[in-house]
Design a protein around this ligand. Structure first.
Ligand code: CP
Ligand code: NVA
Length: 327
């Protein structure tokens, strides 16, 4: 056989016949309630094995591409360590060290990267950019944070709540602070998982219901806004917040410091919450700004479990996107 024939009879440039349709996780509402419940159970199983030092190599020979257009500590470490623990490997790209920073179209980047890797995680600015990448990707794409959403973080937060307190359905979560990517994602989670969300933001920084486009399947009562953060926290089972200035909004920092001064989660807010209320923050945190040190470093805070759980839920997520439900 000639070399030419060997090449032309090689691997076709289309996906194999019978391959399952590619699924992406671009926002929390891309998955159904059942799928989210499965991910929670699977993450618990994977975490238990990890803690027992048991090998769990479900993604041997699979490669994750991670693309960062914004900074990260937790997202990078959790995806990278998680993929290695599953027996796979990782390629790490940033805007600065790839052609993405030199204006190669996102569509072209998606076509190329998704021919050489099996799954892609992207942290970028506009959700629309992530969607354009996904539309041209042959492999699953995961949102590692956009201006609009941070769905992997909310997976970890829900998992952490369940781990500490049991089912979250019917419970009350208070969001205090910016109506940002985290808040939008909490809105979607409340609608899908059946808990009550109370949102208190300064005027001008409200959540944009249209952006969140929270599914209404659980009824429109899944979230309510409060002018007074103390009122939002009254009786809440979980109080949570985030930075006042998200990545990409640094120019607004000074104005935000003034606008958000009354939205610092402090001991008074935790005191009116349920006696066994938890405190969460996706981190990085600014003590003395969005949260008092006594709260984030206090007994109700579960922020370190929350950070660790990013890895366990994302392992379950990558497995699910590549292999489907496993028993
Ligand atoms: N919470 C979170 O996504 O952290 P990083 O920005 O460090 O990834
Ligand atoms: N809302 C923050 C989350 C950081 C993990 C941001 O987008 O910068």
């Amino acid at each position: 056989m000639s070399t030419n024939a060997l090449i032309t009879t090689g691997i076709p440039s289309t996906l194999p016949k019978g391959a399952p349709p590619v699924r992406h996780f671009l926002q929390f509402s891309d998955f159904t309630t059942d799928e989210h419940m499965y991910l929670m159970e699977r993450a618990a199983f994977i975490k238990k094995k990890f803690k027992a030092f048991e090998k769990h190599h479900s993604l041997v020979d699979r490669t994750l591409a991670m693309i960062f257009e914004k900074a990260s500590t937790r997202t990078r470490v959790s995806f990278e360590a998680g993929m290695y623990q599953l027996g796979g490997s990782v390629v790490h790209l940033t805007t600065g060290d790839s052609q993405l920073g030199r204006a190669e179209p996102i569509e072209d980047s998606a076509k190329v990267i998704s021919r050489m890797t099996d799954i892609v995680m992207i942290r970028t600015y506009e959700q629309a950019k992530l969607e354009r990448f996904a539309a041209h990707s042959r492999v699953p794409v995961i949102n590692g944070l956009t201006n609009e959403f941070h769905p992997c973080q909310i997976l970890a937060d829900i998992f952490t709540y369940i781990e500490h307190r049991g089912p979250i359905a019917g419970k009350t979560v208070a969001w205090v602070g910016d109506g940002n990517n985290m808040a939008n994602t909490w809105l979607q989670a409340a609608a899908l998982l059946g808990f009550h969300l109370r949102v208190s933001t300064p005027s001008g920084y409200e959540v944009n219901e249209k952006t969140a486009a929270a599914p209404t399947s659980m009824g429109s009562g899944s979230y309510k806004t409060y002018e007074d953060p103390l009122q939002a926290c009254a009786g809440a089972d979980l109080v949570t917040t985030d930075v006042w200035t998200s990545m990409g909004f640094e120019a607004e920092n000074e104005a935000r410091l003034k606008a958000f001064a009354a939205w610092r989660v402090d001991r008074a807010m935790m005191a009116v919450a349920a006696p066994d209320a938890l405190f969460m923050h996706c981190l990085p945190a600014h003590r003395g700004e969005e949260v008092e040190a006594e709260v984030i470093d206090g007994p109700q805070s579960v922020v370190w479990d929350e950070a660790e759980n990013r890895m366990h839920v994302q392992k379950a997520l990558m497995e699910y996107l590549l292999l489907g439900k496993l028993s």
